[in-house]
Write a protein that binds this ligand. Structure first.
Ligand code: F6R
Length: 608
């Protein structure tokens, strides 16, 4: 949610900034802008809409210089417009600033500055920071920033340049991500590692409240009191290829096809000699003795993964498990104490609501774990242990491989904890292990078939206004995730119900114009779901049925049958969601939607 980049070195800053912004555009695409220093003042370029518009603007009116900052915006305060685009400039036109996050107390700060005669150029919360820093600036940007920080409330990653110090970029973060790229004779900053990979793999993850001072020759880290801090440089194993489309038309399609490899990576090293192995988490029967309940907190697609996670936890550990939308958890005064295991689930590791829910749980002494995809992000750094999903960078705004790898991670975690608690027999464990190991090949087989029925459905139903999705037990969340995928990238409305709920109201919606996507793989609720399908068919409904290969009854009932390989019901959500991802993808592309950047959305939701 908003991407920021910074550069200081010997190259044309604009080229580096645009390259970085291109890789961060998934974080917002309402507007983009850059500010560059070249010894002759601060040069700005901004454009509303996609980055391509800024590139066109820069072609017409180039700006040159070796130091600069850039921003791609997801609007929070103030409509998408040139005046609200970042970088924002101080009242004396000497300081340029970019921001990802929200300054919550901006109204009072703005009133104070206006009282002092400062004229505002935008409707954003960010602009106050530029003016506040300019007011205390006395030739040292780092010092001025440190002086202003105690006055800010909210979440921010901030980077700024000042024409009085043309070789310097200064940055800080609190609640929003910021990573520094360390080069030779040049240094970089960005919201996310892929924006740096073209130039360096040596990165420093800035900690909350730290300040970074970037010059051509080096990077210095400081505490809020400006004390010098040691910098821990990591060499990331991410590669640039992982952040490219690799011949696919969209990142989303590439990421759907990466699922076999991503699942294999998630499982790798976590099964030893045929047994679940969670040694990396340091969990023991002793540490788990205090746990009486499990609470799973997440948002969006990660929340649906957690709903499957709840069933996995209950099945394998026999501990009661509950699922919370992180934004609700925070304000519900949840009953959490040291007897609760809280698991925060997040692809990005930066989702503000999930992070805050985790902090609340920690403050109440819960044992905390996370399932996360981004190494070094805020959520893993906040909790007691993390099971990384190792799906690689997910750039399409609609989550796909993150979801299926979260499900695999949940199976490992719930099965592993169940085993430590002595509630999973060896035979049961062996069955789960075998099922997990077969998954990458099964997903590959599913994708290799190219699922002709999915493409036919997408073509047939792309012009309908509403879809219904139904599933039960393990696959009720699958139906929810399928409906979300369709909504977010095709903009077609989709409802989702547990199959058994249909007759309590939603059945009234059913007619020949409402396609129902029903998820009924082999398992305890298959027959019940097929009865729900009968009820829909009896009312002239059309049904696309996702069922296990060879299910004759399903074949007979379905208007369109999508077959998935046979597997244990606990793992079936991983296979069943794949055709639903593809259905959403092909529907959206047939409608000409911008699949990787759906309207009004952005990835990595770092605002509440
Ligand atoms: C939907 C989607 C979102 C995210 C949600 C949480 O396709 O991607 O619903 O799942 O914003 O994000 P993370 O997992 O990064 O916390």
């Amino acid at each position: 949610m908003c991407g920021i980049v910074g550069y200081v070195g010997g190259r044309e800053a604009v080229e580096v900034l645009l390259d970085g912004l291109r890789r961060l555009e998934y974080r917002g695409y309402d507007s983009a802008g850059v500010a560059v220093l070249n010894g002759q003042g601060l040069k700005l370029a901004k454009a509303v809409g996609r980055l391509a518009n800024l590139e066109a603007e820069l072609k017409q009116n180039p700006v040159h210089g070796n130091v600069g900052i850039g921003h791609t915006r997801w609007a929070t305060h103030g409509a998408p417009s040139v005046r609200n685009s970042h970088p924002h400039v101080s009242y004396d036109n000497r300081l340029g600033l970019i921001h990802n996050g929200i300054i919550e107390n901006y109204r009072e700060l703005k009133a104070e500055l206006q009282g002092q005669g400062v004229k505002f150029q935008s409707d954003t919360d960010t602009e106050v920071v530029a003016h506040l820093v300019a007011r205390v600036y006395q030739g040292d940007l780092l010092k001025a920033l440190a002086e202003v920080l105690p006055r800010l409330r909210g979440a921010y990653a901030l980077a700024m340049v000042h024409e009085g110090e043309p070789g310097r970029v200064v940055a800080t973060r609190m609640g929003s991500p910021l990573v520094i790229g360390v080069g030779e004779g040049e240094n970089f900053l960005a919201s996310d590692v892929p924006a740096l990979l073209k130039y360096t793999r040596r990165v420093i993850f800035l900690e909350e409240g730290q300040l970074a001072d970037l010059g051509r020759e080096g990077v210095r880290l400081h505490g809020p009191d400006l004390s010098l801090l040691p910098a821990k440089v990591h060499v990331t194993d991410l590669t640039l290829d992982a952040a490219e489309k690799d011949g696919f038309e969209h990142f989303m399609l590439k990421e759907i096809h990466e699922q076999p490899r991503a699942l294999a990576e998630t499982i790798r090293g976590r099964i030893t000699d045929g047994r679940l192995d969670l040694a990396e988490l340091g969990l023991t029967a002793e540490t788990l003795k205090r746990v009486r309940r499990v609470a799973l907190v997440a948002c969006g697609t990660s929340l649906y993964a957690s709903m499957v996670g709840k069933h996995l936890f209950e099945r394998f550990t026999r501990l009661p498990a509950e699922t919370w939308s992180a934004s609700e958890f925070r304000y519900a005064d949840p009953v959490i104490d040291d007897s609760v295991l809280v698991v925060a689930v997040s692809q990005s590791g930066e989702t503000a609501d999930t992070l805050e829910a985790l902090r609340l749980a920690k403050a109440r002494n819960a044992l905390s774990l996370s399932i996360c995809n981004v190494m070094g992000s805020s959520i893993p750094r906040t909790c007691d242990g993390t099971l990384y999903t190792r799906a690689g960078p997910e750039i399409g705004v609609a989550s796909t491989k993150a979801y299926t790898t979260q499900l695999a991670a949940f199976a490992l975690l719930a099965g592993g904890i169940g085993r430590l608690l002595g509630r999973v027999s060896e035979a049961r464990e062996a069955e789960l292990v075998q099922g997990l190991m077969r998954l990458p090949g099964q997903v590959k087989a599913l994708l290799d078939k190219d699922i002709v029925a999915v493409k036919r459905c997408a073509k047939k139903y792309k012009d309908v206004f509403n879809f219904m999705y139904i599933g039960r037990h393990f696959n009720h969340p699958t139906a929810m995730e399928g409906a979300l995928k369709l909504k977010e990238i095709s903009y077609i409305h989709a409802e989702c119900y547990a199959g058994g709920e249909m007759k309590h109201g939603p059945l009234a919606l059913v007619d020949a114009n409402l396609p129902t996507i029903a998820i009924a793989p082999r398992g305890g609720t298959r027959e019940k779901l097929l009865s729900n399908v009968q009820e829909i068919k009896a009312r002239s409904g059309v049904v696309v049925l996702v069922a296990t290969e060879g299910d004759a009854a399903a074949k007979e009932l379905a208007d369109y049958l999508i077959e998935i390989p046979d597997c244990a019901e606990e793992l079936s959500p991983i296979l069943a969601v794949v055709p639903l991802q593809l259905l959403a993808y092909y529907t959206a592309t047939q409608l000409g939607r911008d699949v990787d950047k759906p309207r009004n959305l952005a990835k990595s939701v770092t605002v509440e």
